[in-house]
Write a protein that binds this ligand. Structure first.
Ligand SMILES: [Zn+2]
Length: 420
């Protein structure tokens, strides 16, 4: 008996040691953007010169900006369409996982992420809110109907590479929505240890967007424990808005640049989660390994700088301007008033912790969206075949909100006051 208990202890102890070391020695994931862009240059003879022209436009804009300070403080909202390409059921990730990704993006890009407290004191002065937000598409590209911003497409492909096939229906993928109005995000199983890849501004319209592996997309679901805070998308969308890796992709030399002044020089990619200050031959005071454009684990990241925010906004104001007038996140004009055939009651209002919705008829496939006065989505919920729904709003600050209830092509928006 004792022997078997000892054996059990040894087996368990051995297992836990093995698990620990497995975590620390897991081969790290990789961003495919550099390899993809090299491939694209060979595929598309015009791509290199198009990139050059984009770079010049952004450089000139930033120069002008530094003199004239003409960037408005406007918050930019980018409509997103998520294409989920699934071959096995596990790859067909739930809506909640997609929503958690949009939340994560809005926190990271607006510096509302809880882990800003981990930004080292020496980097806090350059940390920035980029005033860029993301919303799931609410209408189809041809305005023929509403959309929830998520497409689910079964594919016979076991996995995809860095060759754009995921963006082509002919090759088992899904065609991009109009890149002038939407950011296309493809979620699929990627080959090897690639976490994602992105197309810089200036590439072909039909392949514009980012691709993310389903095991590192969002914050909930079956995720790789190293990449479970939605920051692969934060990183890849950084590339999509013309940010480079923070070490300048120079294979460890100190000469490469990310063309941003307030990110300190770095030798090479950092992995897992180093201890600050990380001193290298390119940086005697500490590398900014917690920057989203490095390669660390998700929990290690917490900062975009003012220079990076300015560069991303410059990309939007020069070569992605059409997104500024996109109607992708406006409600579909043909939406029917839900109230016409289903009476909706909201109580209590004002509310403090929970709100309740009742419907005179069962509501099929309902989505509940609470947004604040700036239009930022604060809460999402869904239910099917309900006549009553409770929503927990206890985490939201006091103030006025809009509660939108959608079902099929019907919707109603109610005002909600939170008061404690
Ligand atoms: Zn990258």
């Amino acid at each position: 008996m004792i022997l078997s208990r000892e054996l059990l202890f040894l087996v368990l102890f051995g297992l836990s040691v093995q698990l620990l070391s497995a975590q620390e020695t897991d081969p790290p994931g990789q961003c495919g953007t550099v390899a993809y862009n090299q491939w694209l240059e060979k595929q598309d003879p015009g791509y290199a010169s198009s990139r050059k022209s984009v770079q010049e436009k952004i450089r000139d804009y930033l120069r002008r900006m530094n003199v004239q300070k003409e960037d408005s403080n406007q918050v930019i909202q980018i409509p997103v369409i998520v294409h989920i390409l699934w071959n096995t059921a596990e790859q067909n990730i739930p809506d909640e996982q997609v929503w958690s990704q949009i939340f994560a993006l809005n926190e990271d890009f607006r510096r509302l992420n809880a882990d800003t407290v981990n930004t080292p004191v020496m980097f806090k002065p350059v940390a920035a809110d980029s005033r860029i937000e993301f919303c799931l598409a609410r209408r189809l590209p041809d305005n023929s109907g509403p959309s929830n911003g998520i497409l689910r497409i079964w594919t016979d492909k076991a996995e995809f590479g860095l060759d754009n096939k995921v963006k082509s229906a002919y090759h088992g993928g899904s065609a991009a929505w109009d890149r002038d109005r939407y950011l296309n995000i493809w979620v699929c199983k990627l080959t090897a240890n690639y976490l994602g890849y992105s197309q810089y501004p200036g590439g072909p319209d039909s392949t514009d967007g980012v691709v993310i592996d389903y095991r590192c997309f969002g914050r909930v679901g079956t995720l790789n424990p190293h990449y479970n805070k939605g920051r692969t998308a934060t990183h890849e969308i950084g590339h999509w808005l013309d940010l480079y890796h923070i070490w300048g992709d120079d294979f460890g030399s100190c000469d490469g640049s990310d063309y941003v002044d307030d990110t300190p020089n770095a030798a090479d990619a950092n992995y897992y989660c180093p201890t600050h200050p990380r001193i290298t031959n390119c940086n005697a005071t500490g590398e900014m390994f917690m920057n989203y454009m490095d390669y660390c684990d998700d929990h290690c990241f917490n900062i975009y700088t003012a220079g990076q925010a300015q560069r991303m906004r410059a990309a939007i104001f020069t070569v992605r301007t059409s997104l500024l007038s996109s109607d992708g996140c406006d409600d579909y004009i043909g939406m029917q008033e839900l109230e016409k055939d289903n009476h909706v009651t909201l109580y209590p209002n004002p509310a403090s912790d929970y709100i309740h919705l009742t419907f005179s008829k069962p509501l099929n496939k309902a989505v509940f969206i609470v947004s604040d006065m700036t239009g930022r989505t604060c809460l999402l919920g869904q239910a099917t075949n309900v006549t009553h729904q409770a929503l927990d709003v206890s985490h939201l600050n006091d103030g006025l909100y809009f509660l939108s209830v959608r079902s099929g092509s019907s919707s109603v928006t109610l005002k909600l006051l939170l008061q404690r």
